[in-house]
Design a protein around this ligand. Structure first.
Ligand code: ZN
Length: 204
């Protein structure tokens, strides 16, 4: 089996990508600190995931939009908002909100929990499939702010006239926190530790 850079005592600089020696701890070219793997990657990822699950609850329980229609004001949760737009026959908006604010964050959190369990050796999966899951979390993660923009655009669009107005509710803050926390969790996860685990189990 080919040796990894870590096994050969080599490490790539995060800043300038120069390959240097692990023992030196400092990059030859740009003098920034060298790390073979992100430090405490799994622990950090789990802590951030836990915080994002905590934020996920108020984001779904509290009203994300406050709708005033014909003088009647009522708050609407994310799922309630999906139902309202569906009833209004605004199917694309309802679908975008559902995918961006319920499906994507939920799937991303589950995928990251799975990857952490994999890195800790609690579950088994081929590293190729694990890499695909990681790639998926990175891909969907880019779209996780879409919902915040949808609410912002709706607020701007429907602000005109007394017939109907929409304002962001307090769940919008929790939702934004949740999105940022899952982004940080994905960023703190180092996918190379999946391959490290495969090496350590296949060599022992
Ligand atoms: Zn460097």
């Amino acid at each position: 089996m080919l040796k990894s850079a870590q096994e050969l005592g080599k490490v790539s600089c995060h800043i300038c990508a120069q390959v240097g020696s692990i023992e030196k701890h400092v990059c030859d070219r740009c003098h920034s600190e060298l790390h073979s793997r992100k430090t405490n990657s799994v622990q950090r990822c789990i802590a951030l995931l836990f915080a994002s699950v905590v934020a996920y609850i108020p984001a779904n329980v509290w009203p994300i939009m406050v709708i005033t229609q014909l003088g009647v004001t009522e708050g609407s949760t994310i799922l309630g908002g999906v139902a309202i737009f569906w009833q209004m026959k605004a199917y694309p908006i309802a679908t975008v909100i559902f995918i961006a604010s319920v499906l994507i964050p939920g799937l991303k959190i589950i995928a990251l929990i799975w990857l952490c369990a994999l890195a800790k050796g609690l579950v088994k999966m081929s590293p190729k499939s694990a890499n695909k899951i990681y790639w998926l979390t990175e891909l969907v993660g880019r779209w996780s702010m879409v919902d915040v923009f949808v609410v912002a655009i709706l607020v701007a669009l429907i602000q005109m006239g007394n017939f109907m107005s929409i304002e962001p509710g307090r769940a919008a803050v929790s939702f934004t926190f949740m999105v940022v926390l899952t982004m940080l969790a994905a960023h703190s996860f180092d996918p190379r530790i999946i391959w490290d685990r495969v090496r350590s189990t296949s060599s022992s």
